[in-house]
Design a binder for this molecule. Sequence first.
Ligand SMILES: [Zn+2]
Length: 356
Amino acid sequence: MGKAVTDCACPNAQCAMFGKIGKGNIVLHGFLKLKRGRRRRYRCEACGRTFVSSVGTPYHRLKCTRAQFDRVAALSVEGMSKSGIARVMHLSWNTVARWLQRAAEAAERFSDRVLRGYMLTELQADEIRTFIDSKKRVQWVLAAIEVWSRLWVSLVLGRRSYRNVRRLLADAFHRGECGRIPLITTDGNRYYRIVLGRLFGRGCIHGRIVKTFRKGRVSKVERDLSIGSEWQLEEALLYSEDSDKLNTSFVERLNLTIRQGSAYLRRRSPAHARQGECLAGQLELLRCYYNFVRPHMALKFGREIRTPAMQAGLVGRRLTFRDIFTAVAEFLRLMALAIRVRCRRQGLIPRSALAL
Ligand SMILES: [Zn+2]
């Protein structure tokens, strides 16, 4: 009998121990030999099924190396289109599309799990306009950034509606913690004020930046305090290490990073998204890259350049795509839960944990 392991769970949805971690039912079961290297195999004592360590990660049953997979993800978040990646990496377009979809799903799970418990003192929110398929189908990318750590805390794709603004702000605040009264700066969109009023009452400071454009240039900037009093704003700005007046510069800088990191969002791009899911997936991957992998030049301390997640105290070091894609053992339990809930809702029997 093999040695019991505690850090993974049975991926067989029909097994009684499905998704349960640390119950002692998983034992080591030799190795799977690959062309290059080998993968650890496990066996579940409860159902007798064997599985490989890559189950549940995007690397499962990959015909290429994990390094190639990581490189495809990295090229995508540095703004290369799928066709471009396919040419550079000598892969077919379909392979690239499939890999990126898998990578995006893993990135979304990772963000959902790890982006919690950050401190929220200054938040800025803004929207990017884009379109899906035809220019008539306008879509907005709503993004919120925590200014002190530069953490991209929340992302919503869709119409510029009350519901989506609420989703954006509620997500940012439910995952984080407020120490002082938070300072929130947004553009002139009227929904922000309504949503913040309902979320906080008078427990926040909300400033609006209304820009008037003339011939494509900003001709006038109006700053307007919509929630909170002047002295509260002065105090918040005094405490702020980044802002000395109301501004949306940090979220606008993030918007630029987003545009540069996505072939879909480049201006006049011929590679605009044909399907909403592709854009949403790519943005989730980009968000993971921005928060956890990419060193942020504004967070340079001596020789160390931190990532926003390091600055926010969520992780201790710069992560790599490998870290993000393989951080799956502890997710199996959550995945299992999600599958069960979904299957129960649809009246189906879960096929396996890989059905995600
Ligand atoms: Zn089992």
